[in-house]
Design a protein around this ligand. Structure first.
Ligand SMILES: Cc1cc2nc3c(=O)[nH]c(=O)nc-3n(C[C@H](O)[C@H](O)[C@H](O)COP(=O)(O)OP(=O)(O)OC[C@H]3O[C@@H](n4cnc5c(N)ncnc54)[C@H](O)[C@@H]3O)c2cc1C
Ligand SMILES: NC(=O)c1ccc[n+]([C@@H]2O[C@H](COP(=O)([O-])OP(=O)(O)OC[C@H]3O[C@@H](n4cnc5c(N)ncnc54)[C@H](O)[C@@H]3O)[C@@H](O)[C@H]2O)c1
Length: 445
């Protein structure tokens, strides 16, 4: 233990930005504490990825059955309250399990809101905690529209506990959260309307692909209202009326899915000279803030890389290696895979179509219709497409796919993208047949 401080390292926040890396510190003999103001585990296990994918699972079964052209038949129905109960039972186990695991690794928990007193001192309630190094891993919270009637809007945390399937649901925003919620609820039986302030859904993805996903969700019944500003919401008996620049829309439930904002509030960052803005905390190539003994990881960091759980994990592990002196090089992000968990999925990794088209001297694009592959018929897949991107050395450097299994295809191709494999080298892999992994690697253009 340090001579002068209570702890060698204190993490503010107990999400993936903290708990994936921290045990390596105690294993190396460092003293470590987590300060957490809410549930241990943070967003992903409690009100993000895990809750979402558990709720989506039964709707996915329903979609697959519907796609089977009458082979799987019968009066199929979804019991939403049972789906919600199952989600809650699984989720309830995460926070205690993570806390137990961390405590077994020798990490202390301090509960409350942390704010800086100075670069080595944190205030939590009436206690002051000192540390040689601090890691800010405070994540993000939902952006909330500031309009008349905003009290009738729900955020993603509320949505993941929605008690019943509303007859009509309006979703404001067509990013990850908006489209995943639209896909789940339309399949579960709601009439979903998604309001976009501009033309394009999912700006993180190539326009041709995001348009194709919107088209597919519209075919399933989701109504998309583009180029529309939401102006106000009024209560109308047991429902609501949403007034916009292009008309009024009725709803029984409204989801405000207009983005997420870094949790920099109430930390007293100005006082210790840490630079930040609306996109997050400024860090250098070692994830150090403008105060060198204070690092930042995960969603709260201002960065180009997607703000996802595996990114937070990678950063947490990097920071710990840097603190231990094992890693002296700047952080070198790998290809980061990402998926929108709609039905169908949209997934990508590596060089994007936009980047490839901007540098035709460096990249070649191969566009593929996935339905050319017989294996896609096995699970009654809906039509989809894939683009592979190769560099001039014929190494696979990027992929984007819209299909029911896009996340597994991108995961299967990720090692090839990250380690710069050529098509001929990948032919050496003897994978399991028949499977989506085989299919992904067998059909490389
Ligand atoms: C609805 C939803 C679905 C998502 N789905 C996916 C997905 O499918 N796949 C994926 O990869 N990513 C997904 N994400 C993103 C993913 O959840 C985040 O990238 C990840 O949780 C970031 O981890 P983090 O540790 O940086 O932050 P968080 O998990 O948000 O943890 C931060 C913690 O800090 C605490 N905290 C904040 N301020 C203070 C303070 N001052 N004092 C004490 N404690 C504080 C918070 O209470 C919180 O527990 C989703 C997010 C949402 C909202
Ligand atoms: N599958 C996943 O991995 C997953 C799922 C959910 C969330 N996430 C993470 O969480 C982040 C946040 O997701 P998100 O969906 O909240 O944000 P987002 O940035 O993906 O989408 C926000 C959407 O809201 C729109 N918007 C913003 N302000 C608006 C306004 N005033 N009126 C109308 N529309 C407005 C934007 O144009 C955009 O389409 C994601 O970027 C991602 O990092 C990941």
């Amino acid at each position: 233990m340090s001579q002068t401080y209570d702890y060698d390292v204190v993490f503010i926040g107990a999400g993936h930005g903290a708990f994936d890396g921290a045990p390596a510190l105690t294993a190396a003999g460092k003293t470590v504490a987590f300060i957490e103001e809410d549930r241990v585990g943070g967003t992903c296990p409690n009100w993000g990825c895990n809750a979402k994918i558990i709720l989506e699972a039964p709707t996915k079964l329903l979609s697959e059955a519907r796609q089977s052209n009458g082979i799987v038949e019968g009066p199929l129905s979804l019991d939403w309250s049972k789906a919600m109960q199952r989600k809650q039972e699984i989720i309830d186990g995460f926070a205690p399990a993570i806390q137990k695991g961390m405590e077994a690794a020798g990490i202390h928990f301090i509960f409350g809101h942390a704010s800086f007193v100075d670069a080595h001192t944190l205030q939590v309630g009436d206690k002051q905690i000192t540390a040689d190094k601090v890691v800010i891993a405070t994540g993000q919270h939902s952006h909330r529209l500031d309009i008349p009637g905003k009290e009738y809007l729900h955020d993603s945390k509320d949505f993941l506990s929605i008690p019943e399937v509303p007859a009509k649901m309006v979703i404001i925003g067509a990013g990850f959260i908006g489209l995943e919620a639209a896909s789940i609820m339309q399949t579960a039986g709601s009439q979903v309307t998604v309001i976009l302030r501009d033309q394009q859904a999912l700006p993180a993805f190539d326009r041709q692909y995001s348009d194709q996903l919107v088209k597919e969700l519209a075919r399933q019944g989701v109504l998309f209202i583009k180029n529309t500003q939401v102006e106000r919401v009024e209560e109308n008996g047991s429902s609501y009326s949403i007034s916009t620049s292009t008309g009024s829309f009725p709803a029984n439930y409204i989801l405000d899915a207009t983005g997420r904002v870094p949790n920099t509030q109430g930390l007293n960052l100005e006082k210790v000279g840490i630079d930040f803005d609306g996109k997050g905390i400024v860090v250098n190539d070692y994830l150090q803030t403008t105060q060198k003994n204070i690092y930042a990881t995960g969603d709260v960091v201002k960065k180009r890389q997607p703000k996802l759980t595996p990114t937070a994990t990678f950063e947490s592990q990097y920071v710990v290696s840097h603190i231990l002196g094992e890693e002296k090089e700047p952080i070198n992000y790998p290809a980061i895979a990402q998926t929108v968990f709609t039905a169908p999925r949209l997934a990508q990794a590596g060089v994007t179509i936009e980047e490839a088209k901007a540098k035709p001297d460096q990249y070649d694009l191969v566009e593929q219709d996935i339905m050319d592959d017989w294996y896609r018929l096995v699970d009654f897949e809906t039509p989809g497409q894939r683009t592979l991107i190769y560099n001039k050395d014929k190494q696979l450097v990027g992929v984007i796919e819209l299909s029911d299994k896009a996340e597994d295809v991108v995961n299967a191709l990720l090692p090839a993208i990250e380690f710069g494999c050529k098509k001929e080298e990948l032919k050496r892999l003897v994978t399991i047949f028949p499977s989506i992994g085989y299919s992904a690697l067998d059909n490389l253009g």
